[in-house]
Write a protein that binds this ligand. Structure first.
Ligand code: IPT
Length: 996
């Protein structure tokens, strides 16, 4: 790959701090300082981070590579982020996926981070590494592997057993991160240990500095030398730059609009933070203002409003008002959680979520960039590329000094030259249109009240603006601009400036110096040009008709309506952190540009026939214009502007209709058959539980699945007993997390289900079932199926919620001694000795068909029954598995997002899982929702070959259940210049020794 050569050139030797366990805190602290001195590439002061001495706005996107298990798609996502103008990506690492079995760290194939580092370098993005070990992140266990349920120490504390449990992971992942640091030519510039070390139970002594030092030491020992950053949930200053255990850079997170996506137009009353500047000045006056996680969308629980609703609550207006408030405070490390959410495939999510982790983010789960919030961020992030003064401006609180209207609050950020004025509604969620005048300071002309050519500026509903004065555009000085700046570039023969405003707003911009005879309105109309003493003012009403004005000879100013500005791009060159010198109007997406002598080459995506217009940066006499490797006819005018058309041809392709596919089916609950043998199952024989957080068993032996190594999805229990004839009812308490369910059979007779709902009370269930008359002396067996929705996060210390068990907590067979039932259980085949190393430790659960590997491609379906597929369904409670395969042959050069959708659903209780080429890419709970459409990326789906599709259906109620409709859907199709997408490994079914 492009940069692999570079990687071999370490800029500085790595600093290895010897790994001696049990050092006292003070020596550790000393060692840390020593290690920090090993690198001088990433430095900082109170204003900003510096890379090789150069200040940089860390405009960062949160992305979790593990939520997109196709390594060759990582560059796609990162390019889309880079195209917005970001400079950095922050990523969590999920320990659970990498050390599913204690002592066996595995980061290969889809879990390999090397392709992610490569993609970051190729996209030109720095990385903030967040390895935990605790990450939260709505993943199962908050990133803690299931086996931590058995660790004899309190999680996230200094207990030796916990720290020892983390050591292997931290050493391995620490080394991987260390090798990818900028000191070794890699992209990693920052690292965050722990996560939101913050919430604790009363009585617990908090913070535990020694604990923090130990977490940090593990990573430092592995060779991490870049600065550490903290991510506090609230500005409590537990671990700061000056506490006994410390970080290099203090930072915090914030989700100010919350997560109530059911009311996507309602902003909470006190949603706008206003005390941050003061707090940060107290807490960490020596480190740059860092928002390590800032709301970019919202997570959603089962039964929630869904992510489209979240994308409305956390939309472009939210970004304008709330993010610009962060700039007012002076954030120069700004990470947006999530920018691309992805998918909780293969059971990696926690119980309070579901398969989609779209998050309502700027980039959709299908990697599409059509949300307006994506375009809005492109405007904001690009501004910082051309406004270096922002990074050094002095910060002040807002005051009434700057405006004549109390309904508007203006916060200044001031340097000797450039000044920024961030204006917002005083009542931050106002939907009114409010007039205001603004006072600006200028070096040359004193204080000015603007606008000067009209009565007022206007701030419309839920908007905020960054006005400027004494703003340098190359060798020109903008005395002021009320219109917001998107970008500018200075070329040898001209300077191009692009500004924008909202529909119908009046804006003004003043350029220092006298106008020249050449000044003209090059395009559009209704621009007032007025000469004042020492500067020229342009005034205009924003309209869809764009205006281009030439002033002072060679300054071309594009006055755009914001919607038009959305079509402009300042593409990067491959592997460059900055932007190129090209400014281009195009459509859907421009990924990169390369300028080579007289050739200009763009790589991008279009979803319609698109005019491209290069308004700056084209070679003076352009000879060749390439778009996605194809040369286009073009025109170049006397100003050097290049125009061309990219044709979009709708691709023609056919997708199969699920109902017409040939399906096979197999009983997925053979346990109900009289001759079924559970000889090979795990005997539940632990008289005590190793689970220190829930030590009091209510059953004669532990029935906690985690005690026996089963942590993922379906759990099945078998309880054998010989009846005495006096049994009447069966009480059972099952636990699987939010929206879980359980079903019970006695031999092959259905006894009842807890179908589940999305309330907090229903994370476990007490069920009492009537039994039929039992025959004295006959042997019976209960079969209990439980849906484990994923282990809990572990937010509060030392509450240990990760250890909340899954399985059977209690039971009572009325009329029968409790201890006279002998239990066995199973989860995924092998438990922590999971079989499928390629798809990882969580992908398969404990259903018969999963234990046999029938969810994998080319399962031995020969002797299975023919079926109509999931729409056939079951007439009584049970579990069935449907499998089919289909070929795809989709045209190359297109991004064709495919998803599977459950349609026409009714209220019947059933649960389903979708497997695509062996990857579980959807868990569907029909009666709870909200998700019914499940995107599956190319690379999991084979777009040029055969695909194996499997669906499990668990009918939970009398009368059974069927899937009313199951369809393949296509999302927004684009013609793309993105390269080849390689398949994730999809090893096929093999007979599994000892599978039961
Ligand atoms: C913050 C966590 O740091 C992050 O891991 C994720 O869980 C995020 O929330 C929500 O998606 S915690 C914050 C909401 C208090």
């Amino acid at each position: 790959m492009l940069l692999s050569g570079l990687r071999l050139l370490p800029l500085l030797p790595l600093a290895w701090v010897g790994g001696v366990d049990g050092r006292a805190v003070d020596t550790v602290a000393a060692a840390k300082v020593e290690s920090r001195q090993q690198q001088n590439i990433v430095t900082w002061d109170d204003k900003s981070l510096m890379i090789n001495g150069e200040r940089l706005m860390i405009f960062s996107a949160e992305v979790h590579p593990f939520r997109l298990p196709v390594t060759s798609l990582w560059l796609d996502v990162l390019q889309k982020i880079k195209a917005m103008g970001y400079t950095c990506v922050s990523f969590y690492i999920d320990w659970f996926l990498l050390e599913g079995k204690q002592g066996e760290f595995r980061a290969e194939g889809i879990f390999d981070l090397e392709p992610f580092f490569e993609a970051a370098k190729q996209a030109g993005l720095y990385l903030l590494a967040r390895p935990g070990p605790y990450i939260n992140a709505e993943v199962a266990g908050g990133g803690f592997p299931g086996w931590l349920q058995r660790v004899q120490g309190r999680l996230r504390t200094n207990d030796a057993a916990y720290l020892e449990a983390t050591a292997n992971y931290s050493a391995n992942i620490g080394r991987i991160i260390a090798e990818a640091q900028i000191t070794n030519g890699g992209p990693v510039i920052l690292y965050q240990p722990e996560n939101e070390y913050q919430s604790y139970l009363e009585g617990y002594e908090f913070p535990d500095y020694e604990y923090w030092e130990n977490v940090d030491r593990q990573f430092r020992d592995a060779g991490i030398v870049v600065p550490s950053i903290n991510n506090e949930a609230h500005m409590n200053a537990y671990i700061t730059t000056s506490t006994p255990a410390s970080v290099d850079i203090y930072g915090h997170d914030s989700y100010p609009l919350g997560f109530d996506c059911f009311n996507p137009t309602v902003w909470p009353e006190d949603g706008l933070p206003t005390d941050w500047l003061e707090l940060n000045n107290q807490i960490a006056p020596d480190s740059p203002y860092a928002l390590v996680e800032f709301q970019g969308g919202g997570f959603q629980p089962p039964g929630g409003a869904g992510f489209e609703a979240c994308s409305q609550l956390l939309n472009h207006e939210f970004e304008r008002v709330i993010y610009k408030n962060n700039y007012a405070v002076g954030a120069t490390i700004f990470n947006i959680y999530m920018t691309f959410g992805g998918t909780n495939w293969g059971n990696l999510g926690h119980a309070e979520g579901y398969s989609s982790y779209d998050y309502g983010a700027q980039i959709t789960e299908e990697r599409l960039v059509y949300r307006e919030k994506y375009s809005e961020m492109k405007l904001q992030a690009n501004f910082f590329h051309v406004s270096p003064a922002y990074l050094v401006a002095d910060r002040f609180n807002s005051s009434l000094e700057w405006t004549d209207n109390e309904a508007i609050t203006v916060t200044p950020a001031i340097t000797d030259t450039t000044k920024f004025y961030i204006a917002r509604h005083t009542q931050y969620d106002s939907t009114e249109t409010v007039p205001y005048r603004l006072k600006v300071q200028t070096v040359g002309f004193g204080d000015l009240t603007v606008p000067q050519l009209s009565d007022s500026l206007y701030l419309t509903r839920r908007d905020s603006k960054i006005h400027v004065s004494d703003y340098l555009v190359g060798d020109k000085n903008l005395v002021y601009s009320t219109a917001e700046i998107f970008t500018w570039k200075k070329y040898s023969d001209k300077t191009v400036l692009v500004v924008y405003g909202g529909p119908d707003e009046h804006h003004e911009l003043a350029v220092e110096g006298r106008g020249s005879d050449d000044d003209e309105v090059v395009e559009g109309s209704d621009v007032t040009v007025e000469q004042r003493d020492g500067y020229t003012i342009l005034g205009w009403a924003v309209s869809p008709e764009r205006k281009v004005v030439r002033v002072h000879g060679d300054l071309y100013i594009y006055l755009l309506e914001r919607n038009e500005a959305y079509n402009f791009w300042v593409p990067p060159e491959p592997a460059q952190v900055g932007t190129s010198s090209v400014i281009v109007k195009a459509g859907y997406l421009i990924r990169t540009v390369e300028v080579d002598d007289a050739t200009l080459s763009f790589v991008g995506d279009v979803n319609a026939t698109t005019t491209i217009e290069v308004i700056g940066g084209a070679p003076e006499k352009l000879e060749t214009l390439n778009f996605n490797g194809r040369s286009l006819p073009f025109e170049q005018d006397e100003r050097g502007v290049v125009t061309a058309t990219v044709e979009f041809r709708k691709p023609r392709f056919k997708l199969p209709s699920c109902s017409r596919l040939k399906w096979k089916k197999i009983d997925a609950l053979p346990e109900l058959q009289p001759d079924y043998s559970d000889d090979a199952w795990t005997v539940a024989d632990l008289k005590e539980t190793p689970n220190t957080a829930f030590p009091d068993l209510r059953t004669p032996t532990s029935l906690y699945a985690g005690d026996y190594g089963y942590h993922t999805r379906t759990l099945i229990y078998r309880g054998h007993f010989t009846a005495n004839g006096g049994e009447s009812t069966f009480f059972i308490q099952t636990q699987g997390g939010m929206a879980f369910g359980s079903s019970v059979w006695l031999d092959d007779k259905f006894i009842g289900s807890f179908v589940g709902d999305s309330t907090w009370e229903s994370t476990n269930a007490n069920s009492t079932y009537e039994l039929p008359a039992l025959e004295k002396g006959r042997q019976y067996v209960f079969t209990v199926v439980i849906d484990n929705m994923g282990l809990n996060n572990n937010y509060v210390i030392p509450e240990e919620k990760q250890k909340i068990p899954r399985g059977i907590l209690d039971y009572e067979l009325e009329g029968h001694p409790k201890s006279d039932i002998s239990w066995k259980l199973t989860g995924n085949l092998g438990g922590e000795n999971y079989l499928d190393k390629d798809r990882g430790p969580l992908n398969e659960g404990g259903l018969f068909i999963e234990r046999q590997g029938y969810h994998l491609p080319v399962a031995p379906t020969k002797y299975w029954d023919y079926s109509k597929g999931p729409t056939e369904g079951l007439t009584k409670p049970g579990i069935v598995y449907y499998a089919t395969s289909f070929d795809l042959n989709l045209p190359t050069g297109y991004d064709i997002p495919i998803s599977f959708e459950f349609v026409n659903t009714t209220a019947v209780a059933y649960r389903a899982q979708i497997f695509v080429n062996g990857y579980q890419f959807g868990t569907y709970v029909n009666h709870i929702g909200p998700q019914s459409r499940y995107p599956v990326p190319q690379g999991i789906l084979n777009y040029h070959g055969t695909n194996y599709l499997g669906v499990t259906l668990w009918a939970m109620e009398e009368g059974g259940a069927k899937v009313e409709g199951f369809e393949i859907r296509v999302g927004t199709v684009t013609a793309t210049g993105y390269g080849n997408i390689e398949m994730a490994p999809t090893p096929a079914w093999k007979r599994r020794e000892g599978a039961y």
